[in-house]
Design a protein around this ligand. Structure first.
Ligand code: PHE
Length: 466
């Protein structure tokens, strides 16, 4: 039991912070790539099915696990899981989850730091008149460290981490909630502007001779559901991986946030609201910025062959530059600013399980806990900064950002539905609920979700997701 006495300021603040936790770089950088690589419209059905059968149940489980823990005065997964499972094993398991957070935070904040550099480059029109090759080469030289240390990238990384530490040290209502209340509306505003610009481009940006340069084609490709995909295991695996990552389940951040919800306050509706908000931002805004703009200028075939994470940094600035001096600055600031808000509201969440544990276990104060999170993240993050171009980054994303989430989620659902027990579990979820949850979710949580998680885990070991 810790002396940790935080609380959320308001319901709106809580839901925005939770939505901010979920809405992240995954929505704008990972989702479009996954969607394009898995057949566009073909991806949507598996994605939605995974959302309903694994995403929503896991959200309810994690929110109720968190609120349950908070009621006993615990705010970190090791302590919460220990109280639920009544065995030390669960405490150690919770510690494993904390290290997943550190590993993901390490590379995640690195990407977050690039967005700051790119906001600055956009304001100063650093890419004006540059060739596509030059824009792309800038990114390579910024991140490539083979011959030495990427000094500017490292400095901005440390600054970004320090900013996270500072906000975390201000606490939940004084720091995290404030950032979410400001950042989330800004993100939606910027996203909506860019999406409208992207999807209404049509064939207007088409260079001569490009027959598939038309942003309407992107919409058609992304949205026309293709039923044939439901027989493709690979697409299901990608959809499941995306659902875990985008909803931030399987790491302990949701439990930690939810542990500060008052014990009789609703979680059923709040969890759904945050989950759907994330889905909306991901499917509607996330998919409607990068891909339509890229297709408008470079063609559908090009986008399909080049869909990648680096498109956001290596291609977008060049395309924005085609929009003239004013609009290119506006679009650049909005795009990278949006990514920054998406990133920081998620990386803050990744800090809280570690901090909660330090507070629960050692009674550390908030500032000390926040600082220690920054230091350990920096140490773990250094290899991904130093050896970015050697693929270290991808390894982190696979082991921490994919496999570990599934393992954690599987164990946690078993603990909740089978060890703690579904009768008590169901009562927990429904306590104080502002909606009536259909009762068929009870067998889903007990049987379907764990079975699917097991399949995803085995499948991920055989074939890397994403
Ligand atoms: N959901 C976040 C995103 O989409 C990533 C994240 C994962 C955040 C796990 C917290 C915990 O970018």
């Amino acid at each position: 039991m810790s002396t940790n006495k935080e609380a959320w300021g308001s319901r709106v603040g809580l839901v925005l912070a939770m939505a901010g936790n979920a809405v992240g770089l995954g929505n704008f950088l990972r989702f479009p790539v996954q969607a394009v690589q898995n057949g566009g419209g073909a991806f949507i059905i598996p994605y939605l099915v995974c959302f309903v059968l694994m995403g929503i149940p896991l959200l309810w489980v994690e929110w109720s696990v968190g609120r349950f823990g908070g009621r006993q005065g615990n705010h970190s997964t090791p302590f919460i899981l220990d109280t639920m499972g009544k065995r030390k094993f669960w405490k150690y398991f919770g510690v494993f989850g904390i290290f997943t957070n550190i590993a993901v935070a390490a590379y995640y904040t690195y990407i977050e730091s690039w967005t700051l550099t790119y906001v600055w480059k956009s304001i100063t029109r650093g890419f004006a008149g540059s060739s596509p090759e030059a824009v792309s080469a800038y990114f390579d030289s910024y991140t490539d460290s083979f011959m030495g240390i990427p000094v500017p990238a490292l400095i901005i990384y440390v600054i970004t981490l320090s900013l996270n530490i500072y906000i975390l040290s201000k606490g939940l209502s004084g720091g995290v909630e404030k950032v979410a209340k400001f950042g989330m509306p800004m993100l939606v505003l910027f996203g909506a502007f860019l999406a409208i610009r992207g999807i209404t481009l049509g064939p207007s940006g088409a260079p001569e001779g490009c027959t598939d340069c038309n942003s309407f084609l992107a919409l058609d490709f992304l949205w026309k559901p293709q039923v044939s995909s439901i027989w493709d295991f690979k697409v299901w695996m990608a959809a499941a991986g995306q659902i875990f990552f985008t909803l931030s389940v399987g790491m302990g951040t949701i439990q930690c946030y939810a542990s500060y919800v008052r014990s009789k306050d609703d979680i059923a509706l709040n969890a759904m609201s945050a989950g759907w908000m994330n889905g909306f931002v991901e499917i509607v805004l996330g998919a409607s910025v990068v891909i339509p703009i890229a297709v408008g200028y470079l063609g559908l075939e090009w986008a399909q062959n080049n869909a990648g994470f680096s498109m956001a940094f290596q291609t977008m600035p060049y395309l924005f530059d085609q929009w003239g001096s004013v609009l290119s600055v506006v679009a650049g600031v909005m795009w990278f600013g949006l990514l920054f808000f998406a990133g920081i509201t998620s990386s803050l969440a990744m800090g809280t399980p570690w901090m909660g544990f330090m507070q629960d276990e050692f009674n550390w104060g908030r500032k000390k806990a926040a600082l220690s999170f920054g230091v350990i993240t920096l140490i773990v993050g250094l290899p991904s900064v130093m050896f970015y171009s050697q693929g270290v980054f991808g390894e982190y994303d696979y082991w921490a950002g994919t496999i570990a989430l599934v393992v954690f989620a599987l164990a946690e659902v078993i603990l909740f539905a089978w060890v703690f027990g579904m009768t008590k579990g169901w009562a927990e979820i429904n306590e104080g609920a502002d909606i009536t949850i259909p009762s068929f979710f009870k067998p889903i949580i007990k049987w379907v979700t764990p079975t699917l998680l097991l399949i995803v885990f085995l499948g991920a070991l055989i074939k890397p997701v994403g």
